[in-house]
Ligand binder design. Structure first.
Ligand SMILES: [Zn+2]
Length: 281
């Protein structure tokens, strides 16, 4: 696979040190801002193709398509209720979910906001779109750069880490959010962790970077958003120790396509970061 050297997308520094390696890729730490990023990384064309197929090449092939997760819908509903104790009561709300996956979040916002909501899901992976369609959820794939519409809400869940340059993407996609409208962004808050405390596997090169609260807030403010609220939840990499979860992880041990995790008591569990931000300019 062809790769290329890149500098830090957050601060443009070229100064970095090796943080860890996985699947034939180096994860480096920016010496100036602390961002963790894959360097050298696959060419943009390769990244684009992998996002459409879910197939990521490396020492081993990684398929990240997965399947619809009912518990995710419940988790999303809990988070939506925490962020919006009083649900927005506009009668014709529009919401765009970028990276809609199998449609779990789309289902959660439809349940949360009711029939007045006009929800659009965008997902590059054709297998995930088909899986959503089987559940009656309509998810499309279109070119965001040519998309004319703007929305009251745009969500970007578990997308940030997959983007080659999130600063560039957020700058281009900002116009999809109406002025005064909101962005709901979810990503990991793990760049500040020591290597032995970081969750593994990293899933390189599906994940291309790991940021922190400071880095993501800084980017959002530079791009033209005001941060309204930040909440952190237990990372899915760390299951809560219950008999059922223990059983589930044991089942994963014998499935080559699943990665079991027995890290029930990590030092830093709440690295699943959610940020609610408003477009101000
Ligand atoms: Zn940097």
């Amino acid at each position: 696979m062809k790769t290329r050297q890149v500098s830090c997308y957050n601060c443009h520094s070229d100064r970095s040190r090796l943080y860890d390696t996985e699947n034939g890729f180096n994860l480096v730490k920016c010496l100036d801002c602390g961002l963790l990023y894959v360097n050298p990384r696959p060419l943009d064309q390769e990244i684009d193709q992998a996002s459409q197929t879910g197939e990521h090449r490396g020492d081993t092939r990684l398929n990240t398509t997965g399947s619809f997760s009912e518990p995710s819908v419940d988790k999303y509903l809990t988070i939506l209720r925490a962020f919006y104790p009083v649900p927005p009561d506009k009668s014709d709300l529009s919401w765009l979910d970028i990276g809609a996956g199998h449609g779990e979040f789309l289902q959660a916002i439809q349940q949360f906001l009711g029939p007045g909501l006009s929800a659009t899901g965008l997902e590059p992976n054709a297998n995930k779109r088909a899986s959503a369609a089987r559940r009656g959820l309509e998810i499309d794939y279109f070119d965001l750069d040519e998309h004319e519409k703007s929305y009251d809400f745009v969500s970007l869940l578990n997308v940030f880490s997959h983007l080659p340059d999130p600063v560039d993407a957020l700058t281009r996609w900002k116009r999809l959010v109406k002025v005064g409208g909101e962005l709901l962004l979810e990503t990991g808050d793990s760049a500040g962790l020591e290597r032995h405390d970081h969750h593994r596997p990293y899933y390189l090169p599906d994940h291309l970077s790991f940021a922190s609260e400071e880095i993501v807030v800084g980017i959002l403010e530079r791009v033209g958003f005001r941060v309204l609220d930040i909440r952190k939840y237990r990372s899915p990499a760390y299951p809560v120790l219950t008999p059922l979860n223990l059983f589930r992880q044991l089942v994963k041990l014998v499935r080559p396509d699943r990665q079991a995790s027995f890290r029930f008591f990590p030092k830093h569990a709440n690295t699943d970061m959610w940020i609610r931000a408003q477009r101000i300019a």
